[in-house]
Write a protein that binds this ligand. Structure first.
Ligand SMILES: [Zn+2]
Length: 227
């Protein structure tokens, strides 16, 4: 029975302490066109945390893939698999693209956030082998408010202080890549996570307490050598 503990630890869910029974793709498979699925990232997951948000994944993919500044692969994915999903599920298309003003669409931030938070927890678990105990919260560079200011510009005014050069992880970087950066968030030491979809759509995940939500933040990040 000597190795029982380590066996068990290998198999706990990325999100809770339940024994994992499944494997969860991070991000969901639907983000990846068939010809860009080299060594997709997976984490162990329990029943509850596996595929529970697959409708949200498709909703969010439909938004991200159409974002300005993405690469050619995003356009090909949009014309192929994403379009086929919308043809099969016209209601999903209407939900995604019905709220429009001039040439902007309004999307469900809560759904978007929940998918990003799930991905962040899974990547942290993959990277550090433990649960991310603080709440990673998303800031978007490619989502804008009524005045045309980006979400991150409004809510995290000093985000430009984050050191610019990083090595990204991910074996299908034209679809998804990410890096963790250890540093200081307010007065706490933790890390941030940057994720880039389709070479353009960029999301910064910062761990925050609930009382920070919505307020502009002051952050200091520095590069720390990884062990
Ligand atoms: Zn779980």
């Amino acid at each position: 029975m000597g190795n029982l503990i380590s066996n068990t630890l290998d198999k706990i869910c990325y999100r809770c302490n339940t024994i994992a029974t499944n494997v969860e793709h991070v991000p969901a498979k639907c983000f990846f066109p068939k010809e860009h699925r080299k060594n997709l990232i997976t984490v162990p997951s329990c029943e509850q945390h596996n595929n529970e948000t697959s409708k949200d994944d498709e909703y969010v993919r439909g938004i991200i893939v159409a974002a300005k500044g993405n690469n050619e692969t995003a356009k090909i994915h949009w014309k192929g698999m994403v379009r086929r999903t919308f043809l099969k599920r016209p209601k999903l298309f209407l939900t995604t693209y019905s709220k429009q003003r001039e040439n902007s669409f309004f999307h469900d931030r809560r759904r978007m956030d929940s998918v990003m938070i799930k991905i962040a927890h899974a990547l942290y678990f993959k990277e550090y082998g433990r649960h991310w105990l603080l709440n990673p919260y998303p800031f978007y560079e490619n989502m804008f408010d009524d005045e045309g200011k980006s979400d991150i510009e409004v809510r995290l005014p000093d985000y430009n202080s984050i050191p610019p050069y990083h090595v990204f992880s991910g074996e299908n970087p034209e679809i998804f890549k990410y890096y963790f950066l250890e540093g200081k968030v307010g007065s706490d030491i933790d890390c941030l996570l940057r994720m880039v979809f389709y070479g353009g759509f960029s999301v910064l995940m910062l761990p925050l307490g609930d009382n920070h939500r919505g307020d502009p933040l002051t952050t200091v990040f520095y590069l720390k050598k990884r062990q």
